[in-house]
Every structure is written in structure tokens, then in C-alpha cells.
Design a protein around this ligand. Structure first.
Ligand SMILES: N[C@@H](CCC(=O)N[C@@H](CS)C(=O)NCC(=O)O)C(=O)O
Length: 221
């Protein structure tokens, strides 16, 4: 498998977590979003959506992070990313889809660039936009978690919800979003970031990140 990704892209981060939780090996192919490599003819031929991630697996180029994660879960069922019980699966999807569709969809790079470059908004204004949509959805997700009385994870083990949540909290921290009102979310974040799969998938641990340090005993790819 080959994963075309950018270290700081939250949707790439999602797929890296899913691959790591499944224990699947893959070759990472960095795509530089800063130089708009994703809009070049070569990449668009691979993915007409013109963005990352793309997973090349089982003879196909697969785009759209949620579809990729669903495919991985069906093609490689162990460990499952969704709980066994119908109502638990509903809970996980309700919260994961809220974050994916109500935060990420409004705060992704294309939207922010449009606000800045086409509509003339300042960086301070687009940062406000970003934090507004974070609060609009993280507040009700936090309320749901308080109602459920969740522990280290939404369910017994991390899965789809944590895969979608952790990258969005990484972005929230980059934007200095105040997470002090979200103790359930930050507890789940701390528990996830202590796990090897989440550490391996973290943006700082990607070879295209300026923070990347070659792990001891390995050579630079
Ligand atoms: N719905 C897509 C969104 C992908 C997406 O927004 N990717 C961003 C990085 S997180 C990207 O490649 N942006 C580059 C661009 O929009 O030009 C998914 O879930 O995979």
C-alpha cells in the first residue's frame, strides 16, 4: 500500500491512525500542499478531488478519508474500528460524523484559502471563523460525552471517533483554541496520544515534517 499524504493534513492524519491501529505497513509518499503539488496534473490524474489523502491499495487509488477508513475496516476487519453493538455504532458515528462534517468540512484548507484570497478576509478573521466552527461542534460533542460518562475512550478501545477527533484537536491547539471547557475530549486526547499507534501517526513523526527526527536505529528514508 502507498499513502499519499501531507504531515499536517488532518484527513491524512486520520488515515495514518487507522492504518496504525490496524497494524498495516505502507509506503508514505509526501505531497507538498504548500507548493500546491495536489493541484498538479500528475496528482490530479491520481485523484480528481485534488487533495490528500490518497491510499493506493488493492489496485485502486482511493480518495476521501472516511471512505478509505471504512474500506480499511471492511478489508482488514481486525481490530474493528466500530463497536459490535448497533447502538454503540450509532453513538460513534453520530460524534465522528459531526466532527468530520461540521468542523473539518468548514475549516479545511480550500475553504480558508477562499475566505482569504477570494473574499479578502484577514488571517485574524479566518482564525475566528475556524474557532467559531470548532466551538459549535466540540461543545455538543463534549455534552454528549458527559452524558455517556465516557472514560479514556468513547467506547472500550479507540476507533472511528478517536481517529476523527485527534487530528481536529491537533488543529484546535495550533489555533490556540481554549479546550478548558472540554475535559472529556482532552482526557480522551491524552489517552490516545499515549498509544504507539497515535504517536506513529502524529504530524511531528512524519518524514515531511520539520519536526521529524529519524528514530534511533533507523536510516533516513
Ligand atoms: N473530504 C476529503 C477532504 C480532504 C481534504 O480536505 N484534504 C486537504 C488536507 S486536510 C487537502 O488536501 N487540501 C488541499 C487543497 O484543498 O488544495 C477527505 O476527507 O479526504
Amino acid at each position: 500500500m502507498r499513502l499519499f499524504a501531507y504531515f499536517r493534513s488532518s484527513t491524512s492524519y486520520r488515515v495514518r491512525i487507522a492504518l496504525a491501529l490496524k497494524g498495516l505497513d505502507y509506503e508514505l509518499v509526501p505531497v507538498n500542499l504548500r507548493s500546491s503539488e495536489q493541484k498538479g496534473a500528475e496528482f490530479v490524474a491520481r485523484n480528481p478531488f485534488g487533495g490528500v489523502p490518497v491510499l493506493e491499495a488493492a489496485g485502486r487509488e482511493r480518495a476521501q478519508s472516511l471512505a478509505i477508513i471504512d474500506w480499511l475496516d471492511e478489508a482488514y476487519p481486525e481490530p474493528p474500528l466500530l463497536p459490535a453493538a448497533l447502538e454503540d455504532r450509532y453513538t460513534v458515528r453520530e460524534l465522528a460524523y459531526a466532527i468530520a462534517t461540521e468542523i473539518h468540512a468548514l475549516n479545511n484548507l480550500q475553504v480558508l484559502k477562499y475566505l482569504r484570497e477570494d473574499m479578502g478576509h484577514t488571517e485574524a478573521e479566518t482564525d475566528d471563523w475556524y474557532r467559531h466552527w470548532l466551538a459549535r461542534t466540540l461543545d455538543p460533542v463534549e455534552a454528549r460525552l458527559a452524558g455517556i460518562g465516557s472514560g479514556d475512550f468513547l467506547m472500550d478501545v479507540p476507533g472511528l471517533f478517536e481517529i476523527v477527533l485527534i487530528p481536529q484537536l491537533y488543529n484546535a491547539r495550533k489555533l490556540s483554541f481554549d479546550l478548558s471547557r472540554h475535559p472529556h475530549l482532552t482526557r480522551i486526547e491524552a489517552a490516545c496520544l499515549a498509544l504507539p499507534a497515535f504517536r506513529q501517526a502524529h504530524p511531528d513523526n512524519q518524514p515531511d515534517s520539520p519536526e521529524y527526527r529519524v528514530p534511533a536505529g533507523e536510516t533516513q528514508p
